[in-house]
Each structure stands twice: as C-alpha cells, then as structure tokens.
Ligand binder design. Structure first.
Ligand SMILES: [Cu+2]
Length: 155
C-alpha cells in the first residue's frame, strides 16, 4: 500500500516538474535583440553599445535600464544634432517600442553609454548586458544579452 502511494506521489512530481520544464523551455519569440555589439574605442573612455530591438508581441514595451557586471554604469543615450553641434541626451525614462515595431540603437542615434569598463576588452569578446523591459501592464522582465566587441570602424 505504502509503495503504491509513493509511486503515485513520484509520478505526480514527475508530471508537474515536466510541465514546469516545458513551460520554462518555451522560447520567448515576442522580444528579440538583433546584432548586439560594443564598439571598442581606444583610450579607456566610455564605450557605446548598439543593437536592434524587435517587439513582435501584442504589447507595447519600454526599455527601462541596462546593467552589466562589466561596467560601473550604463545609460541610455541619444545623439542629437542641434545647430551643427552634436551632443548626447540621456533618456532617463527609457525608450518605448510599440507592439509590432522595431527600434534601432545605431551610431548617430540611440546607444547604450557604457561607463568605466571593469575589465580589458578585446575584439571578439562577448560581454553580457542585462536589458530590463516593462510592458503596458507594468510587468518587468530582464533579458541577458551577449554583446560582441567589434572594432571602432564597424557599423
Ligand atoms: Cu552617449
């Protein structure tokens, strides 16, 4: 009798954990980060991170913050030209990506400003950066994205 109960309990545990496994293994295809890269500028100053966000889901998203063990601080910046002068504006509230839209972080526009690298970086290195998003229901989710270090001439 006891053995039978144990067998049933064991079976239930297997079924439930199998279900959790299959749920957690579902790839999230609604949010994609394409071509994540860090341009390596010589001189030890701030570096810039670029990528494309693709929101293929039904909800508007907002990129709130970015963080990494490899940098002391990361800000979301936008390069702006005013009267022939180029400057950078911090996007303190993050940036919105409407449902079905894509948003480009690229040279001359939006970028992650990567402050005070904590490690030496070489071309081809991969550096993990966490991007934190919120959706229209104010649920937040964080995704860890491997950025590739590319030469300064790369686009
Ligand atoms: Cu900047």
């Amino acid at each position: 009798m006891m053995k039978k109960i144990l067998a049933i309990v064991l079976l239930l545990v297997l079924l439930v954990s199998g279900w959790f496994w299959s749920v957690s293994m579902q790839p999230d295809t609604t949010l994609r980060i394409d071509h994540p890269r860090i341009r390596l500028l010589p001189g030890g100053g701030p570096l810039a991170g670029y990528f494309t966000i693709i929101n293929a889901g039904d909800h508007d998203l907002r990129l709130l913050t970015a963080s990494s063990d490899a940098f002391a601080r990361i800000m979301i910046h936008k390069s702006v030209r005013h009267a022939g002068q180029s400057s950078m504006a911090e996007q303190a509230d993050g940036v919105a990506i409407a449902a079905g839209a894509r948003l480009e972080f690229a040279p001359g526009g939006l970028h992650l400003m990567l402050m005070q690298a904590k490690q030496t970086m070489s071309i081809g290195d991969e550096v993990l950066i966490s991007l934190e998003f919120s959706d229209s229901q104010d649920a937040t989710r964080s995704i860890a994205v491997p950025f590739t270090v590319v030469p300064v001439q790369a686009q």
